[in-house]
Design a binder for this molecule. Structure first.
Ligand SMILES: [Zn+2]
Length: 230
């Protein structure tokens, strides 16, 4: 689990000694560079936690801050400041990469909010990533049979165009289901961003389940693509 500071801690600036919140790359009083701040990636960009992000604004802020902390600007600064410019740059890159990509951002924020997601949390109890979602049992069973047939046919050099067509159709269908999951995720983003604690809790649970489904579907699509392209 990520360790998160819920509220930024007030600390004293190393240079001017005036207190500020530990969530900023630069002292608001003397503008000197600060050690990598605590808090989460949202605070690095001065944002409230939320699933929906203004991407052009995020990109602009990333470039603005990147220029400000760039190590070239600290070539003649003291050892601490040089070190912090490197560490702040690394933090900024991590934060930007995580927040700009929708799935990374979703997983990151869910973890910040205490949700247990990903393969490391499934399998041992209620969620098993290899478990077929109930509504797909029949289709997945058929698909696995066809995949097996296809692999056998490949081995014997016995290509079956009908099988190829049918697998291609299955791949498109599962890709469509993936898109539907992404749409559902975006709906839950809006619900969470606008909701109170109870609403957020329930949206989080829905998102965790959607991510499990998404992982399952993308593994399926990957298997079919690999078998078709072999
Ligand atoms: Zn200062």
């Amino acid at each position: 689990m990520l360790k998160v500071l819920d509220t930024a801690v007030p600390i004293a600036c190393w240079s001017c000694s005036i207190g500020h919140h530990d969530s900023t790359l630069f002292c608001p009083h003397c503008s000197k560079i600060q050690p990598p701040p605590g808090g989460d990636f949202f605070r690095v960009f001065g944002l409230e936690r939320g699933f929906q992000i203004d991407l052009p604004a995020l990109e602009q802020e990333f470039h603005r801050l990147s220029r400000k902390v760039h190590p070239d600007r600290f070539a003649r600064a003291g050892e601490n400041e040089r070190e912090w410019s490197l560490a702040d740059t690394a933090l900024l890159n991590d934060a930007y990469r995580t927040l700009k990509e929708p799935l990374n951002r979703t997983e990151y924020l869910l973890k910040l909010e205490g949700a247990e997601i990903g393969e490391e949390h499934s399998g041992k109890d209620r969620r098993d990533p290899s478990r077929v979602p109930d509504d797909l049992l029949e289709e997945v069973f058929d698909l696995n049979m066809q995949l097996e047939e296809m692999r056998m046919a490949r081995k014997t050099g016995d290509e079956d165009p009908d099988l190829q067509t049918s697998l291609t159709a299955a791949k498109q269908k599962f890709e469509g289901l993936l898109e539907a999951v992404d749409n559902d995720l975006r709906t839950q983003w809006r619900v969470w961003d606008a909701g109170d604690t109870a609403v957020r809790r329930s949206a989080q649970n829905t998102m965790v389940a959607l991510l499990d489904r998404r992982r399952y579907l993308s593994n399926l699509v990957r298997d079919v693509t690999e078998t078709l392209g072999a």
